[in-house]
Design a protein around this ligand. Structure first.
Ligand code: GLU
Length: 514
């Protein structure tokens, strides 16, 4: 038989791993849809803890819920972690010593361990139909009793009878036999002492009728076989932990430590959900949130820096990580704060880094080709840098710089009304003089400083304040009343483009087409 041997080997590996003190932590998302922001949040802290201790960070896919399973999701989770820069050391597609890392590829292992519990009298086969369970539940609710399995199959049949029904091919589940008395307690790394009365806990199904394990069985077996030393997960799993601890006891295994982190919340304080917040990591990527800003934001949601810093790197989180710095109350997901933080990170990027991040957005908007020539790329980079100070997301760049790529942009109504139709008396002469000054100069001489000098000279000659020339010039160059530094913008546009835009705008002041 192949599997008992495999299971034994895994056990042996695990036992040797448990004797050294190396930290091994994991995230265990279920591939049921787009990669979830909660996975990134929990993943970040697992990564930080592992790296703080020089340990390993694993990814395991818990795909035992076949109804909710989505194939594309499995790869997307790993891709999202890579995008964020919190790469697992072991996992699906990566490999590692304790794989496979996908639960549906480990079914024989769970069956083996479920059987082991039955043999030891810690679990039993149950044949109750859905209908019977529903009736039982209704009766318990009506009697205001705690809703839990009434142990019909355990109390009304002998072990041998149950075995016979299994041999006869009847569908069954395997349930764990929870202790009737006492309490299960642990010292949580985030919330200290936690305790649950055993009598209140249901005889949890471990193996389902379809042969798949439930979350509880697979989770415990895998955490053990994979040598997990700390389980760092969201608070929503806290009520599962006593069942898990009892399973560790039944198997005779040393349990890992547990840390239950505060759950992310919608603005109305309910658990974060699609309906109220953006939960898909794809949304953040497509919106132009930088991964390092998202990580910083997620870190701040659950945790606080010992010096109360708001902006810090992943490396700093790794270095300063301790469980004491978690807050207990559910952090609310504040998108405005994320946008602010993203702006801080955008401003800190070097031009090449910034452009590399923005280029896909410009391509999507049709401003830059799929494989741009070096010149096209250099121009686009300069355009992007012009707007670096103001934007808060990468997606904002395309709209802001579109006019730089399109000499026949549309003028804003407000700009036309104020400066072009009717044009104040000095505007047309100012444009003509600009053209006259610019035309004889070679491209290299036309720096931002030069454009400024020309503009001021002309304003003086016309006897108007500099603003009276600067504002309409901005409209001539961009169609807008606001925007990035005008003279830098002109330098980036280049001589021919600047001349074209003045001429086009002069036509507009004469009633020509906008
Ligand atoms: N599969 C569970 C989830 O989707 C794992 C919870 C745990 O970390 O134990 O989050």
């Amino acid at each position: 038989m192949r599997f008992p041997l495999l299971a034994l080997l895994l056990l042996w590996y695990n036992n040797t791993a448990m004797t050294d003190t190396t930290v091994r932590v994991r995230i265990a998302p279920s591939p049921t849809g787009d990669p979830h922001v909660g996975t990134a949040y929990i993943g970040l802290f697992n990564y930080a803890f592992a790296h703080h201790h020089g340990g390993a960070f694993l990814l395991r896919l818990e795909d035992t819920d076949r109804e909710r399973y989505k194939e594309s999701s499995a790869h997307a989770i790993l891709e999202a972690l890579t995008w964020l820069g919190i790469n697992p050391d072991e996992g699906p597609e990566i490999g590692g010593p304790v794989g496979p890392y996908i639960q549906s590829e480990r079914l024989a292992i769970y069956r083996e361990f479920a059987e082991q519990l039955v043999q030891a009298g810690h679990a039993y086969h149950c044949f109750c139909s859905r209908e019977r369970l529903a009736e039982m539940r209704e009766a318990q609710e009506a009697a205001k009793e705690a809703v839990k399995y009434d142990r019909f199959c355990l109390c009304t049949m002998h072990e041998e009878e149950r075995r016979q029904r299994v041999r006869d091919g009847e569908p069954y589940v395997i349930r764990m036999k929870m202790p009737d008395a006492g309490a299960t307690s642990w010292t949580d790394l985030v919330r200290d002492a936690v305790s649950f009365e055993n009598a209140l806990i249901d005889d949890q199904v471990l193996l389902k009728a379809d042969g798949y394990p439930t979350y509880h069985l697979a989770n415990v077996v895998d955490d053990h076989l994979m040598g997990i030393t700390q389980v760092i997960r969201a608070e929503e799993w806290i009520s599962s932990t006593p069942k898990h601890l009892v399973l560790y006891q039944m198997f005779g295994w040393e349990p890992p430590q547990f840390a239950h982190l505060p759950l992310l919340r919608n603005p109305d304080r309910s658990k974060i959900s699609k309906r109220h917040s953006h939960t898909s990591l794809h949304w953040y990527r497509d919106e132009g949130i930088l991964p390092q800003a998202l990580l910083n934001f997620l870190a701040l949601l659950g945790w606080s820096h010992p010096e109360e810093k708001e902006v810090f790197t992943l490396e700093e989180l790794v270095e300063r990580f301790t469980f004491e710095r978690f807050n207990q109350s559910g952090p609310v997901f504040d998108l405005e704060k994320l946008r602010w933080l993203n702006g801080v990170y955008i401003r800190a990027l070097a031009p090449d880094e910034l452009y590399a991040a923005v280029e896909p957005f410009l391509q999507r908007a049709g401003l830059v080709q799929a494989h741009p020539e070096p010149e096209e790329r250099a121009f686009a980079k300069q355009c992007v840098v012009l707007e670096q100070e103001k934007v808060r997301t990468l997606a904002e760049f395309a709209d802001l710089v579109a006019f730089m790529f399109n000499p026949n942009f549309t003028y804003e109504d407000e700009a036309v009304k104020k400066w072009l139709r009717p044009a104040p008396e000095h505007v047309r002469p100012a444009f003509y003089q600009m053209i006259e000054h610019i035309e004889p100069l070679p491209e290299e001489a036309l720096t931002a400083e030069k454009y400024e000098e020309i503009t001021r000279t002309i304003a003086e000659a016309l006897g108007v304040g500099a603003g009276k020339v600067i504002h309409p010039t901005r409209v001539a160059m961009s169609g807008r009343t606001k925007g990035p530094s005008l003279f830098h913008m002109m330098e980036v546009l280049g001589k021919q483009e600047v001349l074209y835009r003045f001429n086009r705008t002069i036509d507009v002041t004469r009633g020509g087409e906008e």
